[in-house]
Design a protein around this ligand. Structure first.
Ligand SMILES: Cc1ncc(COP(=O)(O)O)c(C=O)c1O
Length: 454
C-alpha cells in the first residue's frame, strides 16, 4: 500500500485527499506552479521562473520568505530538545514574547493569550469580552474579514463566506464601517460587550477610515461600557508603518488581536493582547487558571519565531521601510493608472495597498466587461491576477470581500525597483484592457471554459 502511494505524486494525493477544487481553480487560472525555493520576495519555480511576491501570503511574510534569522533560531530551538508542548511548566519564551508585544503595543494592554491562528484570536476576544462585561453582544463593521471559524465568521457580513453553514453566533450585529451615528445607536442599550474592528479593512478593499473614526469609536465604547477591540491580524507588525495601525490613529484598545506576520512566516502563531482588567475577569482564580487555553498555545517554536521576527523587523527598520515604500508605490501607481477609464483609485497605508477598478462607462468597454461580469461577478479581478502572474511573473490577489480591488501587500523588504516593475506591469495590463479586444475575448473565453468544467 505504502509503495503504491509513493508512486503517486504529492499533487495527485493532495487532489484526491485534501482539496481538489483548489487544484482545479489554480489550474484554470494557470497559477498552479510548483515552487522550489522562496526567499525574500522571490519565489523560484521548478520550471525556472522567478515570481515576485506582492501578496506576502496575505500579510504573513513581512520580513520576507524564509528569513535566515528565523530559520537559524528555529534550528537552534530544535537542537536544544527543550520542553515543547509539555503542558506542565512555565514557558519562559512566552513570557519574553508577551512582555515585548505589550511594550510595543503600549496603552492599556499588559497580558497576552497565545494561540495558533487569527480566527482563534478572534474567538478568544469574543469570549473575553463577554466574560468581562457580562453582556452578550458583539458589534462589527460590515465588510470586515475576521476569520472563518464560527464565532469569527459571525462577525462578517459577506454571504459568500457564511452561506450554507447554518446559524451564526447570536447577538452579533454589524454597523457600516466609518458610521459613528449608527454605531452609537447600537451601543446605547448597553448590551454590547465589544466592538471588534480592523483599523484598516484589508479584505474589505484596504479601506482606511478617516483619522478621527477610531478615536471616536473608542470614546463611544468607553462611554457605554463596551470593550474596544482592534483586529490587527493583517495590519500588525509594521505592515502599515507603525508597529500597529492603531498607533497611526492614536487609539488604546482594551484588546488587540495579532497573528499572520508574528511567526516570521514559518510557525502558526497568534496573540490576544488585553488589559489586566480583562485578563482578571476571565482567569479569576487559580481554579480558573486554564479556563481558556489551547494545546499549541505558547509552544516553543512559535514563541522563538515570534521573538526573532520582532528582532528582524526592528533591526532592519521595516516599519520605516513600509512607510517609504508605500508612498513610492502609491505615487507610481497613480502616475501610471490615472489615465485609464476603469481606474478607480489607489489607496493604502505603508505596504497595505489597493488598486480599485470601476465598471467602464464607454460602450466599447462596458459590453465585454458586462459579459464577463454576467458569467461571474468576481472574475474581472481574477483575470488581472492571472495576467500579472502569467505575463509578468508577479503574485498578488483580489481583496476577499471586494472583487474589483487588487490588494498590493509585498514583503516589507521589497525594493524600489521591484515596486516600479509592479507599477509598469499593471500599467501594461490596463493598457491592453483599454485598447485591445483580444484582452476581453481571451478573458471571456477562459471564463466560459472554466465554468463549463466546474
Ligand atoms: C483581519 C483578519 N482577521 C482575522 C483573520 C483570520 O486569520 P486566520 O486565517 O489566521 O484564522 C484574517 C485572515 O485573513 C484577517 O485578515
Amino acid at each position: 500500500m505504502l509503495q503504491a502511494l509513493s508512486r503517486i505524486s504529492g499533487e495527485d494525493l493532495y487532489e484526491r485527499h485534501v482539496n481538489p477544487q483548489w487544484v482545479r481553480l489554480l489550474d484554470v487560472l494557470g497559477m498552479n506552479a510548483a515552487y522550489d525555493r522562496c526567499v525574500g520576495a522571490e519565489l523560484l519555480t521548478s520550471d525556472g521562473r522567478k515570481i515576485l511576491d506582492f501578496n506576502s501570503g496575505y500579510c504573513v511574510h513581512n520580513i520576507g520568505h524564509n528569513h535566515p534569522g528565523v530559520i537559524a533560531a528555529l534550528k537552534d530551538e530544535l537542537d536544544k530538545c527543550g520542553p515543547a508542548m509539555l503542558q506542565a511548566h512555565v514557558p519562559e519564551l512566552a513570557g519574553e514574547l508577551a512582555a515585548r508585544l505589550c511594550r510595543l503595543a503600549g496603552g492599556r494592554v499588559n497580558k497576552v493569550f497565545f494561540g495558533s491562528s487569527g480566527s482563534e484570536g478572534v474567538e478568544a476576544a469574543i469570549k473575553f469580552a463577554r466574560a468581562h462585561t457580562g453582556r452578550p453582544g458583539i458589534v462589527y463593521a460590515s465588510g470586515a474579514f475576521h476569520g472563518l471559524t464560527c464565532g469569527a465568521l459571525s462577525l462578517m457580513s459577506n454571504g459568500f463566506w457564511k452561506d450554507g453553514f447554518g446559524s451564526m453566533l447570536p447577538a452579533t450585529e454589524s454597523v457600516p464601517f466609518g458610521d459613528l451615528e449608527a454605531f452609537e445607536r447600537k451601543l446605547a442599550d448597553k448590551s454590547t460587550a465589544a466592538f471588534i474592528v480592523e483599523p484598516i479593512q484589508a479584505e474589505g478593499g484596504v479601506l482606511v477610515p478617516t483619522h478621527d473614526y477610531l478615536p471616536q469609536a473608542q470614546a463611544l465604547c468607553r462611554r457605554y461600557g463596551t470593550l474596544f477591540v482592534l483586529d490587527e491580524v493583517q495590519t500588525g507588525f509594521y505592515r502599515t508603518g507603525p508597529f500597529l495601525a492603531g498607533h497611526y490613529f492614536g487609539v488604546e484598545p482594551d484588546i488587540i488581536i495579532l497573528a499572520k506576520a508574528m511567526s516570521g512566516g514559518l510557525v502558526p502563531c497568534s496573540a490576544v493582547l488585553m488589559s489586566d482588567a480583562v485578563y482578571y475577569s476571565v482567569y479569576t482564580s487559580f481554579k480558573r487558571a486554564l479556563v481558556h487555553t489551547s494545546t499549541f498555545s505558547e509552544n516553543a517554536l512559535a514563541m522563538r519565531a515570534g521573538l526573532v521576527a520582532l528582532d528582524i523587523l526592528e533591526e532592519e527598520r521595516l516599519g520605516e521601510r513600509a512607510d517609504r515604500a508605500g508612498e513610492i508605490l502609491r505615487r507610481c501607481l497613480r502616475e501610471r493608472l490615472s489615465q485609464y477609464e476603469m481606474f478607480g483609485e489607489v489607496r493604502g497605508l505603508g505596504l497595505l495597498n489597493a488598486i480599485e477598478f470601476k465598471p467602464p462607462r464607454s460602450v466599447k468597454l462596458s459590453v465585454p466587461f458586462n459579459t464577463l461580469a454576467m458569467i461571474h461577478p468576481a472574475i474581472f479581478g481574477q483575470i488581472l491576477v492571472m495576467r500579472l502572474f502569467r505575463d509578468h511573473a508577479m503574485l498578488n490577489q483580489v481583496c476577499g470581500n471586494n472583487f474589483m480591488t487588487l490588494k498590493v501587500s509585498p514583503p516589507l523588504i521589497i525594493e524600489d525597483r521591484e515596486l516600479g516593475l509592479f507599477a509598469a506591469a499593471i500599467d501594461e495590463i490596463c493598457g491592453l484592457m483599454h485598447t485591445f479586444n483580444g484582452f476581453w475575448t481571451e478573458a471571456i473565453g477562459l471564463t466560459r471554459r472554466a465554468f463549463r468544467t466546474i
